[in-house]
Design a protein around this ligand. Structure first.
Ligand code: ADP
Length: 427
């Protein structure tokens, strides 16, 4: 039987195709508060903020709005959990790995719930949340679970009378600020390695998509991580996020998001305690298609490269450089492909593309489309919102794009910009 996480057990291929998973149509959101010391808390300020379903524009629920005092409380809990002699510091590495494996087990158990929550909050198609995001989370947890007891230092040969060795030690309290495009996956990418190495965490999920991160809080408690090891403070970037990046007792920060905010985080880290920083930022990624490529495959790859996840990927290949000889045919087939893409209800198993995450991103894309038209690019298809509820935009392809146009330079989503090029001698 095919294992849940995609492996084939006992080397026997599974001949029966299992039925597709189905989302939960009425799911009560249970976790909306701040998670500190394995307990749920109201915000210190008493404020809450709403989270919306971008497919329907309906409010899903209100979330406790964390700010600096809540981050301070979370950091105190994380520091206490990291003290020498604490349960977490005394735990042997194998047991840390075991906890990560147990967390992976619970993600497998609650996979439908988590994929449903992710779809409600982000608008991404449920089957993609289930098969791509959740799959990635489970595999990442198991990967780092295996590493926990294999982290070793070195002995280094030096002069006879000396012994020289390195020890790999946890850094301490780690901050994690996550984005809205892959909320759960980005959380696990930050959390699993930090816990594997014995650190403690203060996490701030993106304000647009806090639901799956808070659900993870409940699983952290159920698995049995000691209180204070993982703390989750939902809230806004300039308040709760900035409180993390400027905090003097946070030793390291991992951030995924825009380049603009990445710069702020690096600045805040250097002006506070020189905490270490890991940034995963945006881009305007080129895809290059040579004349001898398998054209059908190239068109499909370029299509998925830009439109996957509603175009909301830091690696979205939104510029396509195509060699002159095949340019007209490439554009023609790309347009046919884009026109066929099914945009709609992300809970429908046939849907390939859901809505954009929020009004701000939706407006930004439409504004960039207008700029492309004005600057002389040829709009081949799309270019419009889908008149319905929600933040849906038709997959858009531009041809005759030149390097100086905004659509060829600014990070956007959902626009496939085909640039024609004579030869590749400069590559
Ligand atoms: P986008 O522009 O794509 O929405 P952002 O970079 O603004 O992406 O957001 C990514 C994450 O960074 C979110 O969790 C957001 O709350 C957070 N964030 C935004 N502004 C700041 C800030 N000034 N300091 C720290 N975190 C921030």
């Amino acid at each position: 039987m095919a294992a849940l996480n995609g492996a084939v057990e006992n080397g026997q291929p599974d001949r029966k195709v299992p039925p597709l998973p189905r989302p939960l149509r009425s799911l009560e959101v249970k976790y909306t508060k701040i998670f500190i010391n394995n307990e749920w808390h109201d915000s210190t300020s008493g404020k809450k903020f709403p989270t919306y379903n971008p497919s329907t524009l309906e409010k899903i629920c209100d979330i406790e709005e964390g700010d600096k005092p809540d981050v301070d409380n979370a950091v105190e809990a994380a520091k206490a959990a990291f003290q020498r002699g604490s349960l977490w510091r005394q735990m042997d590495a194998l047991s840390r790995g075991r906890l990560l494996h147990k967390l992976a087990d619970l993600l497998e158990r609650d996979r439908v719930i988590l994929a449903t929550l992710e779809t409600m909050d982000t608008g991404k198609p449920f089957l993609q949340a289930y098969f791509i995001d959740l799959e990635g989370c489970i595999k990442t947890l198991r990967y780092y679970a295996g590493w926990a007891d294999k982290i070793q230092g070195r002995t280094i040969p030096v002069d006879e009378n000396f012994v020289c060795f390195t020890r790999h030690e946890p850094m301490g309290v780690c901050g994690a600020i996550t984005p809205w495009n892959f909320p759960l996956l980005m959380l696990i990418w930050k959390m699993a390695p930090a816990l594997c190495c014995g650190n403690t965490l203060v996490i701030k999920p993106a304000e647009q998509t806090p639901l799956t991160s808070l659900y993870i809080g409940s699983l952290i408690k159920e698995v049995g991580f000691p209180p204070g090891v993982v703390n989750i403070v939902p809230g806004y970037g300039p308040t709760a996020g900035a409180a993390i990046s400027t905090h003097h007792s946070i030793d390291k920060i991992a951030f995924t998001g825009s380049t603009k905010v990445g710069k702020l985080i690096k600045e805040a880290a250097s002006k506070s305690n020189l905490k270490r920083v890991t940034l995963e930022l945006g881009g305007k990624n080129p895809c290059i298609v040579c004349a001898d490529a398998d054209l059908d495959l190239a068109v499909e790859c370029a299509h998925q490269g830009v439109f996957f996840n509603q175009g909301q990927c830091c690696t979205a290949a939104s510029r396509v450089f195509v060699e002159e000889q095949i340019y007209p045919e490439f554009v023609k087939r790309s347009v046919e492909y884009a026109k066929k893409r099914l945009v709609g209800d992300p809970f429908d198993a046939r849907t390939e593309q859901g809505p954009q995450i929020d009004q701000k991103q939706f407006d930004k894309i439409l504004e960039l489309i207008e700029s492309g038209k004005k600057e002389g690019a040829k709009l081949e298809c799309g270019g419009l919102a889908i008149e319905d509820r929600g933040l849906f935009i038709k997959p858009t392809v531009f041809s005759e794009v030149t390097d100086n146009m905004r659509i060829a330079k600014e990070e956007d989503q959902l626009l496939q910009c085909a640039l024609c090029t004579g030869s590749f001698w400069w590559l």
